[in-house]
Design a protein around this ligand. Structure first.
Ligand code: ARG
Length: 272
């Protein structure tokens, strides 16, 4: 899983915790907004790439953050817009073995119920468990759209909004869990012939509970934002080169992009 990232977050408000992420470009990591906080400071995060065993210690390369950009519209009450980008201090070297940027779907890409997904991370292997696995875990579960998930499952008090989707494995209890957040859910796109990151591990009620599939932040709903950030610098790896760039932004989106760039600039000034 060359695009998988392991985040160690050392924050006074959220404590030390594990999260996942994915490499979207040599300078950018995609994760969940709830894994990062605007004010937590760039030294609070250790970004590990090419990790397989967390105990072995020697198989990863650590990077530090130069900027932390949770989606400004993230709402911790509703989990809406649970996505964010970490800007790295030093660019990842894609000539190194074991690292590569994830492929992102094209703008407008949709998925179908039942599509096979691949979710990965070092999160708990049991609901409410206490220890995380040493080796990166991968599960194959099925895509469920937000409408079906909202109406057919037990989420009556937790809205599954259109920027989310679910994934589950009926009866098998296979799911992502605490510690997997921010990590990638990929779907094989037969039209492009590649695995593309469709979602970000976001939340759920317990893990693997019948009727409560894991909920993911929908990457296709935030591509304009990721795209804009990644376009700011243009040292893309292979996947981003084939990524659609001619997106027309709405006025509201343009304002948000401006806001993010201001924030990015001040983050950069702070480290240079
Ligand atoms: N919020 C969790 C985290 O911080 C992820 C929970 C995913 N839950 C699930 N049942 N799939 O790691």
């Amino acid at each position: 899983m060359k695009f998988q990232v392991h985040l160690y977050v050392y924050s006074t408000s959220i404590g030390v915790h594990n999260c996942g992420g994915s490499i979207i470009d040599d300078l950018y990591i995609l994760t969940a907004a709830h894994c990062i906080e605007n004010d937590m400071g760039i030294t609070a995060i250790e970004i590990r790439v090419s990790e397989h065993s967390q105990a072995a210690g020697g198989d990863h390369v650590s990077y530090s953050a130069a900027g932390i950009l949770p989606n400004p519209y993230y709402n911790s009450e509703t989990s809406v817009n649970d996505n964010g980008v970490i800007l790295l201090h030093n660019a990842i070297d894609f000539t190194e073995p074991g690292v590569a940027p994830v492929c992102l779907p094209a703008v407008g890409q949709t998925w179908s119920n039942g599509d096979q997904t691949m979710v990965s991370g070092w999160g708990l292997t049991e609901s409410g468990g206490s220890s995380t696995p040493d080796i990166l875990q991968v599960v194959n579960i099925s895509f469920v759209d937000s409408t079906t998930c909202g109406s057919d499952y037990g989420y009556y008090e937790h809205e599954i909004t259109s920027d989310m989707f679910c994934a589950y494995d009926q009866g098998a209890g296979t799911d992502s869990c605490q510690g997997d957040s921010g990590g990638p859910l990929a779907i094989y796109n037969s039209a492009t012939g590649r695995w593309e990151q469709a979602g970000i591990v976001s939340w759920g009620i317990g893990c693997g509970f019948n009727g409560f599939p894991g909920v993911y932040s929908d990457v296709t709903q935030m591509l304009w934002w990721v795209n804009a950030i990644a376009d700011y610098f243009s040292n893309h790896g292979d996947c981003l080169n084939s990524f659609q760039k001619s997106v027309l932004f709405s006025v509201q989106e343009q304002k948000l992009i401006q806001l993010l760039f201001n924030c990015l600039n001040s983050a950069l000034k702070a480290v240079i």
